[in-house]
Design a protein around this ligand. Structure first.
Ligand code: IVH
Length: 670
């Protein structure tokens, strides 16, 4: 048969195939039946088999419709699916334990549930009356996608649980993954096993998911009704009894030394396992203690992921560039010859700060070892000095800000009595271009105003087009100009308008965070917002320069106060702040106020038994009580521990305030 004719015939079928893929996977609106679609696919495959010269990057052998769909229904997780803090070294584990003991009482004996950390995709399974109702992806941790039908194709996921003691309503979480040997069969289609699992899970058609042999291992619950487990290990055993797969290498250990030993052994053993894993998870086994420890803003205090040693590779430093961050920090970055580390091409590596370059004597032209561990930014671990050119010169760190030309300084840290390793631009305001851009990026970021459609790249573009020079400019954008820009149109402009409009309603804590003041991160912004009435009161503190008032807040210290005062001493910073207050609708977050301590105020003096200050405070707040910072007539209860401050007791007595013990407080709560 004529070659040209065959080529044309083949190309027209491929075109048709792409068109129907789009209808099916992207629009969820198929225009042909499944069997017609399969027939079309087969015809293409037959032609390819018969005539080897027929090739296309869009052939079903290459794409197989693995493109993730954008059209799953969204699902708000009852409890967010958080991530874990990472530990790389022994010290991180020792610190993990230290932090727990700082929070809890030192006499408590800790036991850890040790679980292999499978490198897959987490999924949440909600069972109602023993039947699997929802299977949901992690998504961004708060909102996932309903992928029930796809999850149901996994043989390890039971659709119905027989056991009589299975809770009426429970959400079970675990990891979906592909075994190494199964991945080998499809390795041409995906970058790594994790991608294969996630791509397969997000197929619009569950039949496509079923084609890839996925596995599921359960390890925790998101929530559970009417149940009373005491230990994580006990819950894991239940999971197994109910018919879920759990990891056969799960273990209970109590001593940090044993954790480290187990980690060392497992690190070698991992290559013999039939699945990929990137570390071990250590969880406090006692669920009551887990509850007491609670969470920081994005990870539990009661668990940590102890990563296996990182992947690394050798490459050449092509250049050293200096980036200027939001707080003026100058960060040197090595531009390196692109190198593949564990499936990811790395071309930048952070050099952290000036001291780090000096310490390691990193120079342009050097051959260096770069490490890339998990989500951590790639960094240089060492220089191969044997390969160094004799003509190479030490790197001279610039003394002027590369963005605005201002002086740079290394601050003296009063606590450590040392100069900071980081050099900073002294221009901590909007007159340094790079700092200003970074501040605006921070202002619109997820934990701040969270403006959809206005990402970091857009901020940069709008900056150079003079559309946004200060945060408030966002609210007076010239949409007619934006509409004409490449990549923008009626719909995207309208969406942007809407999300900017929505972002005007913001909680006090997010607003304080969004300003981007050094040392005022999410946690500190929350502390401040909880301890002031409203934004006007904060403004008054600023105008009266009464930052010392904030020292009464547990967690806010000298560093934060100095930083606040320095920030607002800058007239431009202050005027931007005031203007934003006028534009935005800033509300204090409404805490659900119906606990037993509602409308009651507390102050603690002296040392408490078995519980830290931080924990008792959060316990009081959880039960809707309020913490005061000093004895006054507004105080209802003074909680006196061991060795209380006499002045506080006397003052409370003189005002007729109830002085109670720790156990009295617990009685009030129960
Ligand atoms: S516990 C907040 N247990 O690791 C508690 N996670 O970095 C987090 N993972 O998203 C879940 N094995 O995908 C937990 N035995 C295990 C795990 C595990 C793997 C993954 C999971 C999670 C991520 C957290």
């Amino acid at each position: 048969m004529d070659r040209e004719y065959l080529k044309n015939k083949y190309q027209s079928k491929i075109k048709n195939y792409i068109k129907h893929n789009k209808f099916y996977y992207e629009n969820s609106d198929p225009k042909i039946t499944d069997s017609e679609y399969d027939e079309l696919k087969n015809e293409i495959l037959e032609l390819e088999k018969k005539y080897k010269f027929l090739k296309s990057k869009n052939s079903p052998t290459k794409i197989v419709g693995y493109k993730p769909s954008k059209s799953f229904e969204k699902y708000k997780h009852k409890n967010p699916m958080l991530s874990l803090s990472n530990a790389f070294y022994e010290d991180d584990i020792i610190n993990f334990k230290k932090k727990i003991y700082n929070y809890l009482d030192k006499n408590i004996k800790l036991e850890y549930s040790v679980e292999p950390k499978i490198d897959g995709i987490s999924a949440s399974l909600t069972y109602i009356n023993k039947r699997l109702h929802y299977g949901v992806s992690r998504g961004d941790g708060k909102i996932g996608e309903i992928i029930t039908e796809n999850l149901k194709t996994i043989k390890d996921i039971p659709h119905f649980i027989e056991s009589s003691d299975f809770p009426n309503e429970i959400e079970i979480r675990g990891e979906v993954f592909i075994k190494k040997k199964d991945f080998l069969k499809i390795k041409d289609k995906f970058a790594n096993p994790r991608n294969a699992a996630s791509g397969s899970l997000r197929q619009k058609d569950p039949r496509e998911t079923k084609k890839i042999p996925l596995n599921f291992i359960a390890y925790t619950f998101g929530y559970s009704k009417n149940t009373n487990y005491k230990y994580q290990s006990e819950f894991l055993k239940n999971l197994q009894r109910w018919g879920f797969k759990i990891n056969k290498d799960n273990k209970i250990l109590s001593d940090i030394k044993d954790l480290i030993k187990f980690h060392k052994n497992f690190e070698n053993k991992r290559f013999d396992l039939d699945y990929d894993l990137d570390g071990l998870v250590y969880k406090i086994n006692d669920l009551k203690l887990q509850e007491r420890l609670g969470f920081t803003s994005n990870a539990p205090r009661w668990a940590i992921a102890h990563k296996f040693s990182a992947d690394n590779a050798d490459t050449k430093v092509l250049n050293i560039e200096i980036q200027v961050g939001r707080t003026g920090a100058l960060t040197p970055v090595a531009k390196v010859n692109p190198v593949n580390i564990g499936g990811v091409v790395v071309s930048n590596a952070t050099l952290h700060n000036e001291d780090e370059i000096l310490r390691k004597d990193i120079r342009i032209g050097d051959i260096v070892k770069i490490e890339r561990a998990g989500d951590v930014i790639p960094h240089v671990i060492k220089v191969d000095k044997t390969k160094r050119d004799n003509k190479s010169k030490s790197f001279v760190f610039p003394k002027k800000c590369p963005s605005c030309g201002s002086e740079t300084i290394k601050e003296f840290n009063k606590t450590t009595k040392k100069f900071d390793a980081v050099r900073r631009c002294i221009n901590d305001g909007y007159t340094c271009e790079k700092i200003a851009i970074e501040k605006i990026k921070h202002f619109i970021s997820k934990d701040a105003l969270n403006i959809d459609g206005l990402g970091k790249k857009v901020v940069e573009k709008f900056w150079y087009l003079d559309l946004i020079k200060k945060p408030q400019d966002i609210f007076y954008l010239d949409y007619n100009k934006i509409k004409k820009l490449e990549g923008w149109g009626e719909i995207s402009v309208n969406n942007l308008k809407l999300s900017i409009e929505n972002s005007k309603n913001i909680s006090l804590q997010k607003f304080i965070y969004s300003i981007g003041i050094r040392h005022i991160g999410i946690e500190n912004a929350k502390l401040i917002s909880e301890n002031i009435k409203n934004i006007q009161q904060f403004l008054k503190i600023i105008k009266d320069k009464q930052f010392n008032k904030l020292l009464n807040i547990d967690g806010i210290g000298e560093t934060q106060v100095v930083s606040l005062s320095k920030f607002f001493n800058n007239k431009l910073n202050l005027s931007i702040f005031v203007e934003l207050i006028n534009i935005l609708n800033i509300e204090k977050e409404n805490l659900i106020k119906n606990g037993p301590l509602i409308n009651k105020t507390f102050l603690i003096t002296g040392k408490l038994k078995d519980i830290s200050r931080a924990e008792i405070k959060s316990l009081i707040e959880k039960n809707s009580g309020t913490i005061l910072s000093s004895v006054s007539k507004n105080l209802n209860f003074l909680i006196a521990g061991e060795k209380p401050t006499k002045r506080k007791i006397d003052h409370a007595k003189s005002l007729g305030i109830n002085i109670i013990s720790q156990s009295d407080l617990i009685k009030l709560i129960n």
